[in-house]
Write a protein that binds this ligand. Structure first.
Ligand code: TXA
Ligand code: MG
Length: 322
């Protein structure tokens, strides 16, 4: 039996299967099976009131999970699916509590990765999947990251190579009156506005749905992490060398000629490439035995908004031994 057939069988039997998407790897379970869903929360150490995204094989499955689907959702689905956009809609009757976190909304998307689509089509139904990391940690962008995070807590890891987008999907809440971005991602506010015909609001409403991806401390390495300017970077390097400390550096600048005490990861200067490499770079630096990691802060423009969001949260949660 090939891996895809095994994956489908494992899902049908209520087991967990990790699979690649274009954003990050997901930890999948049959979205209609509460016992299987419970295994996701156990494997991740995730609180049960954090809702899960349901991944769909095609837009024809939308009405099984959502009701009162607004016209805007159908237009966005046609424009961006398969792709890195999650829509929050009013939930249909019968959606398991563990999927919705007890709320009256459901998150859905069709992922833009050939292996994910093959899996979904062969399974023929919704697969609930959070990012395949332990709760609060950096999302995995390779199959090896998933194995490192979850080991034998997952029955099978489908290997689809390194994720092309590298950071989690944009989450757009369409369940309330004004469209609202709950989590920035590759699909930008201006791209959404071009389909919606109006600019979406950014940030969660005080009384809106809970989004664990919007917790201050998230996506975090255990090594203390700081955002610095280019000057701050030079200062941090000098200071580390003077103190004989190992420093981790993530920067679009090239590594200065070899000093063994610097763990240096050079990342692309444009946002898509930066996002693609970000989590793998943070993971690698986190394992390098550094006393701290400094990240050269990207520009503050819209193109970098999703990356700056993840970096800010990574800084907030860093340095905690979990
Ligand atoms: O790119 C992605 O979205 C990846 C891949 C695997 O699809 N998934 C992902 O899942 O990032 P997760 O669970 O790590 O983050 C999903 C976020 C969580 O912050 C969750 O709270 C929020 O989506 N979410 C899910 N359903 C929701 C709902 N009904 N209302 C509000 N937020 C919801
Ligand atoms: Mg996550």
């Amino acid at each position: 039996m090939d891996d895809l057939a095994r994956a489908v069988r494992l899902l049908r039997e209520g087991n967990l299967v990790a699979f690649p998407t274009e954003t990050v790897y997901g930890l999948g379970a049959d979205a209609a099976n509460p016992e299987a869903l419970a295994k996701i929360f156990a494997a991740k150490g995730r609180p049960a009131d954090h809702p899960l995204i349901v991944h769909l094989p095609d837009a024809g499955h939308l009405d099984r999970w959502a009701r009162d689907v607004p016209e805007a959702a159908r237009r966005l689905a046609a424009a961006f699916w398969p792709g890195p956009l999650t829509l929050i809609l009013r939930k249909a009757p019968g959606v398991p509590e563990l999927v919705t976190g007890g709320q009256d909304t459901v998150g859905v998307r069709i992922p833009g990765h050939p292996l994910a689509l093959q899996l979904l089509r062969a399974f023929g139904a919704g697969i609930a999947a959070p990012s395949a990391n332990r709760f609060g940690r950096i999302s995995p962008t390779t199959a090896q990251h998933v194995r490192d995070e979850l080991g034998d807590r997952v029955a099978l890891v489908l290997d689809g190579g390194a994720c092309q987008v590298g950071i989690e999907s944009t989450i757009l809440d369409l369940s309330a009156t004004a469209p609202r971005i709950l989590r920035p991602g590759r699909v930008s506010p201006s791209a959404l506005a071009s389909v919606l015909g109006a600019w979406p609001v950014t940030g969660a409403a005080a009384d809106g749905p809970r989004v664990s991806g919007s917790l201050e401390a998230h996506y975090a390495p255990t090594t203390p992490l700081e955002l610095v300017t280019a000057d701050g970077l030079i200062f941090a390097v000098r200071e580390a060398l003077a103190r004989d400390e190992r420093l981790g550096v993530l920067s679009c600048l090239a590594r200065p000629l070899g000093d063994e005490r610097l763990s240096w990861r050079q990342v692309p200067t444009e946002p898509d490439g930066f996002a693609r490499e970000l989590y793998a770079a943070l993971r690698e630096l986190d394992l390098a035995g550094c006393s701290r990691i400094v990240v050269q802060a990207p520009p503050a423009s819209e193109a970098w908004a999703a990356i700056n969001d993840r970096l800010r949260r990574a800084v907030a949660g860093s340095g905690e031994k979990k």
